[in-house]
Design a protein around this ligand. Structure first.
Ligand code: HEM
Length: 210
């Protein structure tokens, strides 16, 4: 509607624009997602490789940096663990952090971020097959939010890596990044992470239509 040469947006315009945005955004993205999944389903080799790559990277981070690092339990019966005798009723603290860095389990390079180590072994986030890796705890009191937690971490990290080029500030080298931990419920990084994102080459090329 025109009034003194100015365009006035009324409810009809707003509704049309909203409808346009919804249709343009959801229909297109949903169609491409369906195609991507169809191709992956038709090519199990690629599906498996993609899935394993995402899992391997997530697993390696959870191994070195478990957000639940000390899990309290109470022994419900007498038990022997290695050379230790644990009496029923004893308060036991499971050190998940130490389990993830145990050299006798993860080899001499246990402290290294090396996701390839999960190429040879199945990633068992729940500690069902073995108790060498339990970032979500295990058993009846294990984390009920495991699927949401895992999906969130994988989705956000994949998006951030895909969409941006990342650099440390002020010409800082990778080996200078402080990896110190702060003792606390979720064992956060002691120093805040400062990183500089710039537009990813891939996204930039896509914008130029290349
Ligand atoms: C990366 C994300 C997450 C990590 C690393 C994590 C880790 C853990 C760990 C280690 C435990 C203790 C398990 C045990 O004692 O055996 C736990 C418990 C729990 N988590 Fe998570 N969690 C995550 C996300 C979530 C989410 C998204 C939810 C809810 C939607 C959730 C809800 C809970 C609850 C309710 C418990 C207590 C269960 C109980 O005591 O019976 N967690 N989580």
């Amino acid at each position: 509607m025109h009034r003194n040469d100015t365009v006035v947006y009324d409810r009809t315009h707003i509704k049309a624009i909203a409808l346009d945005m919804i249709a343009a955004a959801f229909e297109t993205s949903a169609t491409v997602i369906v195609w991507a999944l169809s191709e992956l389903l038709r090519n199990p080799r690629v599906m498996k490789a993609l899935k394993h790559e995402l899992r391997r990277h997530a697993a390696e981070t959870f191994r070195l940096h478990p957000a639940g690092s000390l899990l309290p339990r109470e022994a419900i019966e007498d038990a022997r663990v290695g050379e230790w005798w644990i009496e029923k009723g004893t308060r036991v603290i499971v050190n998940v952090w130490a389990m993830g860095r145990d050299r006798s389990v993860w080899s001499e390079n246990a402290e290294e971020f090396w996701p390839e180590r999960f190429e040879e072994r199945e990633v068992d986030f729940r500690g069902r097959e073995s108790l060498m890796f339990v970032p979500f705890g295990s058993g009846r009191r294990g984390c009920p939010g495991i699927h949401l937690g895992l999906s969130t971490v994988k989705l956000v990290v994949a998006q951030m890596v895909h969409c941006f080029e990342w650099e440390l500030p002020g010409g800082m080298g990778p080996e200078e990044l402080d990896m110190g931990e702060k003792f606390g419920l979720s064992m956060p990084k002691a120093e805040h992470l400062l990183a500089v994102p710039s537009m990813s080459k891939w996204v930039d090329l896509a914008h130029q239509g290349l």
